[in-house]
Design a protein around this ligand. Structure first.
Ligand code: B16
Ligand code: MG
Length: 226
């Protein structure tokens, strides 16, 4: 049995993922009179605020000064926070509360491994702060997803080896990060690009301990973890 579960936030615990892209859309519209193509949503999922802005500016083929870059980050966050005004436990994705309860019954430790600097505030609004044993701080890691740093920090905060943990993610960058960290990568969604995922559930509602436990047993044998 695995000992730790390292959770992504946006798109795994909460239905906040599309709100990030809606905020980027508004920003691109306000500042550059531009419409962002849908594929940029996938490319910015799980990616830090700054790296996401760079991806968007590269797409628009515009360069901005450092102070303008900071201004754009600030405004994107204001737009995003405005969309979270009514966030409540109702925004927890289907099946997540039940899955967390199963993990707790089996004494699995929980850590948050989100790229979001808003993670602690969002967990509070979802009334999940006390449910988590640790929250890895994305401002303290050297590199964002797809680098493994936030998952390594989350496992360390639980005092566990990454190989003793499963990681749950809805983004390609995040699945790569889990895979490189040495934890078992579990993807949520239907993206055909989830190549590094060890197991994919189409929706959070399908997550369940029996299946995750079964794939962890296979993962353990393949990786010779005893
Ligand atoms: P913030 P996750 C990620 O959260 C989002 O998927 C991504 O769209 C966002 O840019 C990033 O957090 C940073 O968020 O601007 O709130 O600091 O999926 O890793 O939980
Ligand atoms: Mg996510």
């Amino acid at each position: 049995m695995f000992k730790g579960a390292l959770f992504d936030l946006d798109g795994v615990i909460a239905d906040t993922s599309s709100l990030h892209f809606q905020a980027w859309q508004k920003l691109a519209n306000n500042y550059f009179a531009a419409e962002l193509p849908d594929y940029l949503e996938e490319q910015t999922k799980g990616v830090s605020r700054g790296d996401s802005l760079q991806i968007i500016l590269d797409h628009l083929d515009v360069g901005v000064s450092d102070s303008m870059f900071q201004q754009l980050l600030l405004e994107k966050n204001e737009l995003y926070l405005a969309s979270l005004k009514n966030l409540s436990p109702k925004n927890i994705l289907p099946g997540i509360s039940e899955f967390i309860a199963e993990l707790k019954e089996n004494e699995v430790k929980l850590a948050l491994a989100s790229a979001s600097l808003n993670g602690p505030a969002i967990l509070d609004k979802l009334q999940l702060t006390d449910t988590f044993d640790a929250i890895a701080d994305p401002s303290k890691v050297a590199q964002g997803k797809p680098a493994p740093d936030i998952f390594l920090a989350a496992a360390k905060a639980l005092d566990l080896e990454p190989a003793e943990c499963v990681g749950i993610e809805d983004s390609i960058a995040g699945i790569t990060a889990i895979s490189v960290s040495g934890a078992l990568p579990i993807a949520i969604g239907t993206n055909a690009e989830f190549k590094a995922a060890f197991k994919t559930f189409a929706k959070t509602a399908e997550l369940n301990l029996a299946d995750v436990r079964a794939v962890y047993d296979i993962f353990k044998k393949e990786h010779a973890i005893w």
